[in-house]
Design a protein around this ligand. Structure first.
Ligand code: FES
Length: 152
């Protein structure tokens, strides 16, 4: 069935007219709202490339049904605010973690959520927080180092 509904994305209400009931949040963000920061990787909730925040917690947008979200707060990488996201990006760049870059938006979102909760996490905590973001270019160590640098 076709449904129309409103989403709360990056602090603004977005009306989605005539959407397909089965559309994932990832599909709606990218194809209807023009927010292409969340990437479409596996489509199965395992690669982390599509990570967004739902009510502040990381979630795989490819597994979330957009039409059922109601007014829950969705934050994409484009909507992250404060000095944190820039510091995380800088840390990742300086530690050589950015190669193809496909996983980076998801990593930034998860790292931002982590640092919002725990501003000075130890390395093991960072590693756990990034466990859902496998990177085939550089592996996990540079990712973890980049986020640790951002938190230092
Ligand atoms: Fe959603 Fe891979 S595209 S986790």
């Amino acid at each position: 069935p076709v449904v129309s509904y409103t989403l709360n994305v990056n602090g603004a209400l977005q009306y989605v007219a005539d959407g397909w009931i089965g559309d994932s949040l990832l599909t709606v963000l990218r194809d209807r709202l023009g927010l292409s920061g969340a990437k479409d990787g596996c489509g199965q909730g395992v690669c982390g490339a599509c990570t967004v925040l739902v009510d502040g917690a990381p979630a795989a947008a490819c597994l979330v049904s957009a039409a059922t979200l109601g007014m829950r707060e969705v934050t994409t990488v484009e909507g992250l605010v404060g000095p944190g996201p820039a510091a995380i990006r800088q840390g990742l760049i300086e530690q050589g973690a950015v190669q193809c870059g496909y996983c980076i938006p998801g990593v930034v979102v998860s790292a931002h959520a982590l640092l919002a909760r725990i501003p000075r996490p130890d390395e093991a905590t960072v590693r756990r927080a990034l466990a859902g973001h496998p990177c085939r270019c550089v592996g996990p160590n540079r990712m973890v180092a980049g986020v640790c640098a951002a938190a230092a």
